[in-house]
Write a protein that binds this ligand. Structure first.
Ligand code: HEM
Length: 531
């Protein structure tokens, strides 16, 4: 009875509450959209048109036009109708997609001071505490200090420092492939997690169920859920963040509270460990130990801020670096199983330069143009973040006869740029030859780096470290292993398909392949290479 009563009173109480909340939401949305439109009129005195794009509906805009599955392919198709710069709105939020390299250079490079901000994402940044990830920070002094700290440790003249760790972890990877080749997807993930935890904190992770890694993966899953703008209503109406967790309909607050705790663990726990090891005098040299040793004295008024920047710098190395490079390496394995001729040609080059009596080193790299071209093609073929991360326009702008309102989220469609058939013949094919001329790397061939790692001032600062990681894996794996498609029960080779997932990050869809040592000598090399 009391249960029934409480149910009745709950309905009685919550019905008006829901009506009120829903009414307020719709009202606020309509006001926001109408205000936004009329403001454009005042701010656009020359009455320039917005860039072309699909016609939308009142209030919802182009909500139903936006391609849901692999939007980068859909946006690329839109070029045929609207050209290489496309404008659309979703619930009052303006977006522009740039489908050509020239457009990205014009806006992200030449006008970088206006196109380097990020969209405000209250759910991720303010409620889930992803503010340690500089990729999400608004453009400004605080981001600049993070970026400077990060770049100092990852620019192209310094990443050689991490090569011994990268080679060590690559060799451990070769060894794991020998014992459990069927788990290659897991081994790839483990290799990057181990490399980055070692570089960032001097921590050696466990082979399975490492608490640092499971925390970071949970945090990244939260980001995948909340990181697409508009996944939560609070992104469209930031004032909702003040609604308490107990309020009916405030489920997002409870989710945010959980992810906040996970994020605190990801950012703080390993850094604390590094601090404690330093105090005990047992620290393994790492990015964190260097950063901690350079912190000002605890009595310094800037100590807390500097410590936070140091902690964030180490944490972002993992969350920014692990998944991205993992996806590229998974694509490389798929490509090798699909393109046996490419694999053979790379192996022939490795045999000629490195020989069969040792494993490749970084010093071999310059002598192997084909292997370098293969690394480039792995980055291009299936881009990990095809639309990069949206850059937001800080101020109204006029460009090429069009008006671009401030607050517009501008996305470079790297997929369109790196699959343009005018530039990359048969773009869906995996062809390292496209970067070569007379047997050497062709300086005139379009380098996938122009779009795969983002643009302008926000371009990925981890790309040099990632390039080394990719070389180390590609060269080492191909020097000792053959990768082939699996066979069915009748012994026939299974026809693999190049399929990739949608989302903020794109991965190859799960696939199987056979990974076998190239010869008994190769197997002996693998067994001997682990310390
Ligand atoms: C194949 C590997 C990788 C790819 C494809 C990739 C791609 C990207 C892209 C597309 C962006 C957004 C750029 C933009 O906003 O225009 C980005 C940002 C970023 N990446 Fe990477 N990345 C990779 C590896 C790494 C690694 C290894 C690290 C760290 C060691 C890293 C750290 C970062 C950071 C810190 C940012 C934020 C930059 C900012 O907002 O200022 N990335 N990356």
């Amino acid at each position: 009875m009391s249960g029934l009563l409480s149910k009745a009173s709950a309905i009685f109480i919550t019905y008006p509450v829901y009506t009120f909340v829903l009414g307020t939401l719709v009202y606020a949305l309509v006001v926001k959209i109408l205000l936004g439109k009329s403001r454009y009129l005042k701010r656009n005195p020359r009455n320039l048109p917005l860039p072309p794009g699909p016609k939308g509906y009142p209030i919802i805009g182009n909500l139903f036009d936006v391609p849901k599955d692999k939007p980068w392919v859909g946006y690329s198709e839109w070029t045929k109708t609207y050209g290489d710069m496309i404008y659309f709105e979703v619930l009052g939020q303006p977006f522009i997609v740039l489908n050509s390299l020239q457009r990205t250079i014009d806006l992200f490079d030449k006008r970088s001071s206006n196109y380097s901000d990020r969209m405000r994402m209250p759910m991720v940044l303010e409620l889930m505490d992803w503010d340690y990830n500089m990729a999400m920070l608004p453009y400004g002094q605080w981001w600049r200090r993070h970026r400077r700290a990060f770049t100092e440790h990852f620019h192209h003249n310094i990443v050689w420092k991490y090569q011994p760790t990268q080679l060590r972890e690559t060799r451990a990877f070769l060894h794991r492939l020998l014992t459990t080749p069927e788990n290659f997807m897991h081994h790839i993930r483990h290799t990057f997690a181990a490399t980055i935890m070692s570089v960032a904190y001097g921590i050696t992770i466990k082979d399975t169920e490492d608490p640092y890694i499971s925390n970071a993966e949970e945090a990244l899953m939260g980001l995948a859920e909340a990181g697409i703008p508009g996944s939560f209503l609070v992104d469209l109406m930031p004032w909702l963040k003040y609604i308490p967790a107990w309020f009916p309909g405030a489920g997002f607050q409870r989710k945010a509270a959980h992810w906040r705790k996970v994020n605190a663990d990801v950012a703080q726990k390993p850094f604390k460990f590094a601090e404690e090891e330093l105090q005990k005098g047992t620290a393994v040299p790492s990015l964190s130990s260097t950063l901690i040793e350079r912190l000002p004295d605890k009595s310094d008024p800037y100590y807390a801020e500097e410590r936070k920047i140091a902690q964030d710098t180490a944490a972002v190395a993992y969350v920014g670096g692990a998944d991205t490079t993992v996806s590229t390496v998974q694509s490389f394995f798929l490509a090798m199983a699909l393109y046996p001729d490419v694999q053979k040609r790379a192996q022939a080059e490795l045999d000629a330069v490195v020989g069969r009596g040792r494993l490749p080193e970084f010093s071999d790299r310059d002598a192997m143009p084909y292997v370098n071209a293969l690394v480039k093609e792995s980055v291009r073929w299936n881009q990990v973040i095809p639309l990069a991360v949206g850059h937001m326009a800080t101020e109204d702008d006029e460009y090429d006869g069009y008006f671009i309102p401030r607050g517009t989220v501008v996305m470079g469609n790297g997929w369109a740029i790196l699959h343009d058939p005018e530039v990359f013949e048969d773009p869906m094919e995996f062809r390292p030859e496209r970067y070569l001329k007379d047997g050497q790397l062709d300086p005139d061939a379009r380098n996938p780096d122009c779009a795969a790692f983002g643009y302008g001032r926000r371009k990925c600062p981890g790309r040099h470290m990632s390039d080394n990681a990719l070389y180390s894996i590609v060269a080492s794996v191909l020097s000792v292993y053959d990768i082939t498609p699996p066979r069915d029960e009748s012994g026939k080779m299974v026809q693999l398909k190049a399929e990739f997932t949608s989302g903020l990050l794109s991965y190859p869809a799960p696939f199987e392949c056979v990974i076998k040592p190239r010869s008994p000598e190769a197997e002996a090399l693998i067994r001997d290479c682990v310390e």
